[in-house]
Ligand binder design. Structure first.
Ligand code: ZN
Length: 132
């Protein structure tokens, strides 16, 4: 299945944990794996703390320090978003999460976030639930 996320800022982490959990519930799979994937070149999927929202802001800020928006990238001559491609490459387009007893096997403080680096945009999130 897939769902859509409308990001609000140029760069942000949008919490999608509930929507992925809903997809797992609808699948009726008790034990297996869940693949969460974004078919986009300037966004990614993160699994990390979402209890304290400042962690998400810290991740965005740290990525910005590592890969500033402007740094003379070649691709900026095309569409001015080279930094977003690089950040999305480091984060990666997807994550795999185990399912046990019908629930995502996330740690107490872990959540799933869509990492937006070239927003605001409507993003597609693909969720595949595999029994096994
Ligand atoms: Zn581009």
């Amino acid at each position: 299945m897939e769902f859509f996320v409308n990001t609000k800022r140029k760069q942000e982490l949008a919490n999608i944990t509930n929507r992925v959990e809903e997809a797992v519930r609808k699948s009726s799979v008790e034990n297996g794996i869940c693949v969460v994937y974004v078919p986009h070149a300037t966004a990614g999927i993160i699994v990390n703390e979402n209890y304290d929202p400042s962690v998400c802001e810290d991740i965005v800020d740290a990525m910005e320090k590592l890969i500033p928006i402007r740094a003379g990238y070649r691709h900026d001559a095309i569409d001015s978003n080279a930094h977003a491609h690089i950040k999305a490459s480091i984060i990666g387009p997807g994550k795999t999460i185990p399912i046990e007893n019908g629930k995502l096997k996330l740690g107490t403080w872990q959540g799933i976030a869509l990492a937006e680096f070239d927003g605001p945009r409507e993003r597609t999130v693909i969720v595949k639930v595999i029994k096994g």
